[in-house]
Design a protein around this ligand. Structure first.
Ligand code: HH2
Length: 280
């Protein structure tokens, strides 16, 4: 696996697992919608996540929870840009923009973002153009269809094989167009057009994604698979499941874990890292 993930002016050492803190500046995200949708509370939350151990802050202005409607890119830019600009200027960590829209990605890069996190996997040629015009790190995520419909009977003959083939194919296409391999990170997209069994299989066979040779990102924090496993309808009460998955993922090849609960996750990973022999 690449030991370095190049993200604009940052070279991230991914030989140990990094925590990406989620900062949703939306009114309707599934677990924290409306909590950080004014810039001041967003910045305070971002500052706290960095203090708690986040190596990356991922700013999102559109919920992509199952069944969600698309947000107009202009509205998304209004939500995301001031927060990205202030975080990138003042916080010393790479800022990622979680968007499916090329115009939002471009505005965020201009405002100082160092990573484009595209849950639609750079399907849109306009998004590919933005990727080619900048030096940002790129997260290629697998999603079956669109958020509106992705949970309507998702089917795979071999979920790991198909998702892996898709991710490797997208990565190779970007590389053939001139994107440096070290800029690319892949993500199987837990919960994006997958049943509980699919999600568990993706996690169980995570080393197969790591073997593709790119850093792997896992985002399972507070998601409904945990709700199903623990019979817990409230996303905020899914911490134990989120931590269990974070640890499993870190010990099976994940380079980056995307989470809402940064403080707890960073402490779990620090403890696990000490057993692995990393300096505490
Ligand atoms: N999950 C969500 C959003 N963005 N990006 C990547 N790379 N991987 C993920 O698993 C992922 C993601 C969904 O979580 P959240 O942002 O908390 O919710 P919402 O989409 O409702 O804003």
């Amino acid at each position: 696996m690449n030991q370095v993930w190049r993200c604009g002016r940052f070279e991230l050492d991914v030989s140990r697992t990094l925590v990406m803190g989620v900062l949703n500046v939306t009114p309707d995200s599934f677990s924290d919608g409306g909590e950080f949708d004014d810039p001041l509370s967003a910045l305070e939350h971002g500052r706290q996540m960095v203090a708690d151990g986040a190596a990356i802050i991922d700013v999102g202005g559109e919920s992509t929870r199952p069944g969600s409607d698309e947000v107009l890119p202009a509205e998304e830019v209004t939500r995301v840009r001031p927060v990205v600009a202030a975080l990138a200027r003042d916080y010393g960590v790479p800022v990622s923009v979680d968007t499916r829209h090329a115009s939002v990605a471009r505005a965020a890069i201009e405002a100082g973002a160092s990573i484009i996190n595209d849950v639609s996997g750079f399907r849109d040629p306009r998004m590919v153009r933005v990727a080619l015009e900048c030096e940002a790190g790129l997260v290629i995520m697998h999603m079956l269809g669109e958020p509106k419909t992705m949970q309507a009977e998702p089917r795979y003959a071999d979920v790991v094989g198909e998702v892996g083939e898709y991710l490797a194919g997208r990565a190779q296409e970007l590389e053939a167009l001139g994107v440096a391999r070290q800029r690319i990170c892949i993500d199987p997209g837990i919960g994006f057009g997958k049943t509980l069994e699919h999600n568990l299989e993706l996690l169980r066979r995570l080393p197969e994604f790591a073997a593709l040779g790119y850093p792997v990102l896992v985002g399972a924090s507070r998601k409904s698979l945990i709700g199903m496993l623990l019979a817990e309808p409230d996303p905020k009460r899914r911490l134990e499941g989120s931590l269990a998955i974070a640890m499993w993922a870190a010990s099976h090849g994940a380079a980056v874990i995307r989470v809402h609960d940064v403080y707890e996750t960073a402490r779990v990973l620090r403890t696990w890292g000490a057993i692995e022999g990393e300096s505490a």
